[in-house]
Design a protein around this ligand. Structure first.
Ligand code: ATP
Ligand code: MG
Length: 422
């Protein structure tokens, strides 16, 4: 016997049983995001490695350690995308979308070769938005307000918002000098990664997940003290907007994010319910990225949320995973009439999930299958019903007698059922 093949570690199948829960989140997210006028963009899962090196940054965890990069048979250096922003910007430049502001969203799998654990996978899924061409704090406020609406739509109450400003590049450069001095003074307390990053990318040290570094990081100078007038005004306007919108936040001066392209506003939505993998949504402003990738100077802001982490948080108990109804038959005339009746029901009730029994078998056996399918209702069609133009309808979950319904009454009952679900 040959060895059993398995999915790659850290990459997971979504089985049909779980798919409705994914769809629930995706549907809600799409409705909220498109409610702000954002339009979806779909880009390839594979891009030139160079795109991610030039955007995310050479000296980042993602590019140094986590990227699935490979040479294809033609010798091109490619990578499975580790995130979505770089691809969106690449596409916007390539297709000339930047002559007016763009509000874009995307969804799909991302790939990072991390150590698999709860909330951290090698193929995971993000839903993200990118706004290209708007510079003000009003649009930063818009994307954060959108996330709050999304948490409400998903029934999530216990997320907290952390906020920081990374300033502009000259402000960060001055901060960097002082941060390096601070870190050098505590060099013996640093780990190898951080010591190496002292020269190449010292701000990244603040993003270290190593608990041993926490005291050194806590004592580091605060970026907010280095903001110039414009960056400060931008940050204060955003804070005022959040206050006015009633969105609570905590300013965290150590929040830097693990990607190099951010400037000014950065934020994360965090839960305490998932341990170390507590960030469910992260984003910020990246005013320099479009130009850095060869486009015209274009301010930008966006975020990405981690679908698996959110799925871990939402209460899925009320999400139906079965069909609305399962049609069983008794007798030959009924079996012959059933397919056409099922089609008429699907015509009459938009959105109806109707499973028709296939494969024959006795009535009892069919009924068992109906129950096992998770359906809310069993629809029973016997020869007598066919002759009378009625259908039996029996609730399978909870109490309720079997009733004989005319076709129109059945349509009304099924409408009600679909409305309940959606
Ligand atoms: P972390 O600090 O947890 O490694 P990150 O800063 O690398 O996250 P981003 O690149 O900002 O994450 O991605 C945005 C969101 O995508 C994260 O907040 C998280 O919810 C999710 N995410 C990132 N990496 C993974 C992963 N390997 N598995 C599952 N979700 C992930
Ligand atoms: Mg990471």
């Amino acid at each position: 016997m040959s060895e059993r093949l398995q999915a790659i570690r850290g990459m997971h199948d979504v089985l049909p049983e779980r798919a409705p829960i994914w769809q629930h989140l995706e549907d809600r997210a799409r409705a909220v995001i498109e409610g702000y006028g954002y339009r979806e963009m779909r880009t390839p899962l594979v891009e030139p490695v160079e795109l991610f090196k030039r955007s995310i940054g050479e000296v980042t965890d993602i590019v140094e350690k986590e990227m699935y990069a490979f040479d294809d048979r033609g010798g091109d250096r490619l990578a499975l995308r580790p995130e979505g922003t770089a691809s969106c910007v690449r596409a916007a430049i390539e297709h000339g979308l930047l002559d007016q502001p763009q509000r874009i969203w995307y969804r799909g799998p991302m790939f990072r070769r991390e150590r698999p654990q709860r909330g951290r996978y090698r193929q995971f899924h993000q839903i993200g938005v990118e706004v290209l061409g708007l510079a003000g704090p009003d649009v930063d406020l818009e994307v954060i307000t959108m996330t709050r609406r999304l948490w409400q739509a998903l029934g999530l109450a216990d997320l907290r918002l952390e906020l920081n400003s990374l300033g502009d590049s000259d402000e960060r450069a001055r901060y960097r000098t002082d941060l390096v001095a601070h870190l050098q003074a505590h060099e013996s307390a640093l780990d190898d990664d951080s010591r190496r990053r002292l020269d190449t990318n010292p701000l990244r040290v603040l993003d270290s997940k190593n608990p041993a570094l926490a005291p050194v990081i806590a004592a580091a100078p605060s970026l907010l003290d280095y903001l110039g007038d414009n960056s400060r005004a931008h940050f204060e306007a955003l804070c005022a907007g959040l206050d006015a919108a009633g969105i609570g936040y905590q300013v965290n001066p150590r929040l830097v994010r693990g990607l190099d392209y951010y400037n000014r506003t950065v934020f994360e939505w965090i839960t305490d319910a998932l341990g170390a993998q507590g960030t469910v949504c992260a984003g910020g402003r990246y005013d320099g990225l479009v130009a850095q990738l060869g486009g015209r100077d274009t301010p930008a802001v966006g975020f990405a949320l981690g679908v698996e982490r959110l799925l871990d948080l939402i209460d899925t108990s009320s999400i139906d995973t079965g069909p609305d109804a399962y049609l069983v038959t008794l007798g030959e005339a009924a079996a012959a009439a059933a397919p056409a009746i099922a089609e008429r029901l699907r015509d009459a009730v938009p959105g109806l999930k109707l499973l028709m029994h296939c494969g024959g078998g006795g009535f009892k056996n069919q009924f068992k299958k109906a129950d096992k399918s998770g359906a809310q209702l069993a629809l029973i069609l016997g020869d007598e019903e066919v002759a009378q133009g009625t259908v039996g309808c029996k609730p399978l979950r909870g109490a309720g007698e079997q009733r004989s319904l005319s076709f129109d009454d059945l349509v009304a009952t099924l409408h009600e059922r679909v409305n309940q679900r959606t």
